[in-house]
Design a protein around this ligand. Structure first.
Ligand code: FES
Length: 161
């Protein structure tokens, strides 16, 4: 009887050990799953803006489809990577592409076709629409100019060095 009991205890112990290990491993996996489920979205939330800005800032070339080409005397405002940008279709049919971030304190500038200038509403800065040169107000430097090339099929290719 004692031998039988002790062998049952041994077999019980033998079964319990693998179960304990199994449950500990299972609990570890569940904990890791919860940590990943909570941690990954937090990581994405915190890391994405910086990563995304770096990725967008690294874009050096883009193409504007022919159907988005602004009419003569008007401008198209768009994002070149993460930078506000203006493509102006001048009256002589040439194209000028300028960074649209004011060199004073960083507001986004606007093309004013009636006055034929680029204007910053924040502090009244004014830029020449042909060159991006700062001509009035507080901006200390001209707007950065990008290279523009028109393809035979009417697309506009913009690039920055
Ligand atoms: Fe444009 Fe000040 S931010 S003039």
């Amino acid at each position: 009887m004692t031998d039988e009991l002790s062998s049952n205890e041994a077999s019980d112990r033998g079964e319990r050990m693998p179960r304990r290990v199994f449950f500990k491993a299972g609990a570890g996996l569940v904990a890791a799953g919860y940590a990943g489920g909570i941690g990954y979205p937090i990581y994405r939330y915190l890391a994405t803006p910086a990563q995304r800005a770096a990725e967008l800032g690294a874009i050096t070339e883009m193409t504007i489809p022919a159907d988005k080409m602004p009419a003569v005397g008007t401008a198209l405002q768009f994002l070149f990577g993460n930078r506000p940008t203006i493509l102006i279709h001048l009256e002589d049919e040439s194209l000028v592409c300028l960074d649209a971030v004011c060199t004073h304190l960083g507001c986004t500038v606007q093309f004013q076709p009636d006055k034929k200038i680029i204007h910053c509403a924040c502090h009244g800065g004014t830029y020449d629409m042909h060159t991006g040169k700062n001509i009035a107000g507080p901006p200390p430097k001209p707007l950065k100019q990008y290279q523009v090339e028109t393809t035979p099929d009417g697309q506009v290719r913009i690039s920055r060095a």
